[in-house]
Write a protein that binds this ligand. Structure first.
Ligand code: FES
Length: 387
């Protein structure tokens, strides 16, 4: 196997094959990459009421984000100062205090240790002020909550660089979430999916029957700061809603026809925010093992639409459109209607090939696959090659 292969016109594969299946590499990523970056922790709606919380795994750091009685959103390491139990597992709401489920030590929503059960037995001279939950950092951007294991990290606004200026001006807090989060479980390394999302070479092939109505040839792509990317594809007919949006019956979120296209922002290392004229969605790419990944997809639409407001509406619209095209003999096969499932198929096939002793990367499409190279360099900034 080769560790580095230079493609045509200087586009280079910089990550070694083992980065996609090796357990030691995975562990280094957990500690050195996911332990040192901002993580998506859900939407502000998830923390609407005082006491609402969600536990988040940031690499090897179990964290928890909780809304205080004063309305502040705070983050802590979800590690009891007695013997390390996760004080708030899963998600939910606590009424007044955080009570560790093991020996019932009690913490305030500001992380302070309030009470120790059987204190004389434990340590009569115990100083509670020394034993609060370790702080982490929480920040909100456009209704999206992010958390960082470091209590004083690079500010989120600095971290996002100019990505917010590029993206569609949708505010997820003004939109209504429909249905539960949808999960996909993939048999591939998380970076294979990330690289697939940065690969715009495949759009007209893998998604030729599903990603219709967008002009792949006029795609715009921007690198935002050091780490992030933004892509935009205009509709094939400028100023007109693409067929999937027009046929869905959903009201356009976009007032400006410029946003009738499809866009997505990649927030390094593992979050996508996608928009079309009628919907907003997020996909979080969660590494679950060296060769397994879970995608979590959440979607939002203009509020006040019921019944047809669902991903199913878009799927129905796509189905109707495709049925008409099938009837005209233009398409050769029934598509899956699910863009993500089409990507999953390709990613799992790549994962098999990467482990082959014969694997190496050939010439890459220097513009359409250029984001892959940047993404790999970003990973190497956090997890450098040893030796
Ligand atoms: Fe939390 Fe003992 S581990 S109270």
């Amino acid at each position: 196997m080769t560790d580095t292969v230079t493609g045509a016109r200087g586009t280079t594969q910089t990550l070694p094959p083992r980065a996609y299946f090796d357990a030691d590499w995975f562990e280094r990523e957990q500690l050195e990459l996911f332990g040192r970056t901002w993580h998506y922790a859900g939407t502000a709606d998830d923390y609407a009421a005082p006491g609402a919380y969600r536990s988040i795994q940031a690499g090897r750091h179990p964290l928890v984000v909780v809304r205080g009685h004063d309305g502040e959103l705070r983050a802590f390491h979800n590690v009891c100062r007695h013997r390390g139990t996760a004080v708030l597992p899963g998600s939910g709401r606590v009424e007044r205090h955080i009570v560790c489920p093991y020996h019932n030590w009690r913490y305030g929503l500001d992380g302070c240790l309030l009470a120790v059960t059987q204190r004389k037995e434990v340590d009569p001279g115990l100083d509670r002020s020394e034993l609060g939950l370790h702080p982490a950092a929480a920040a909100v951007w456009r209704g999206l909550v992010f958390v960082h294991p470091d209590p004083e990290p690079e500010p989120l606004t600095d971290w996002l660089a100019d990505l917010p200026d590029r993206m569609a001006p949708y505010d997820p807090e003004q939109l209504a979430e429909v249905g539960a989060a949808r999960q996909y479980h993939l048999k591939c390394n998380w970076k294979v999916f990330m690289e697939n999302a940065l690969d715009n070479y495949h759009l007209g092939y893998v998604h030729k029957d599903t990603l219709v109505g967008y002009d792949h040839k006029r795609q715009e792509q921007y690198r935002c700061g050091e780490r992030h990317w933004y892509f935009y594809e205009p509709p094939l007919e400028p100023g007109r809603l693409p067929p999937m949006d027009a046929g869905s019956g959903l009201k356009p979120i976009a007032q400006d026809p410029h946003w009738y296209g499809s866009s997505f922002g990649l927030i390094f290392p593992n979050l996508f925010v996608l928009t079309s004229a009628t919907w907003w969605s997020s996909i979080q790419v969660i590494p679950t093992g060296p060769e397994t990944t879970t995608l979590e997809l959440r979607a939002r639409f203009l509020p006040g639409q019921t019944g047809r407001i669902a991903l199913g509406a878009l799927r129905e619209a796509a189905s109707g459109l495709v049925q008409r095209v099938l009837a005209q003999g233009i398409l050769r096969r029934q598509p899956a209607y699910d863009l993500v499932e089409e990507d999953v198929f390709c990613c799992e096939a790549v994962q098999v090939g990467i482990k082959s002793p014969r694997f190496s990367v050939g010439p890459l499409a220097y513009r359409l696959e250029g984001g892959i190279q940047t993404f790999q360099r970003n990973v190497l900034d956090y997890v450098p090659l040893e030796g």
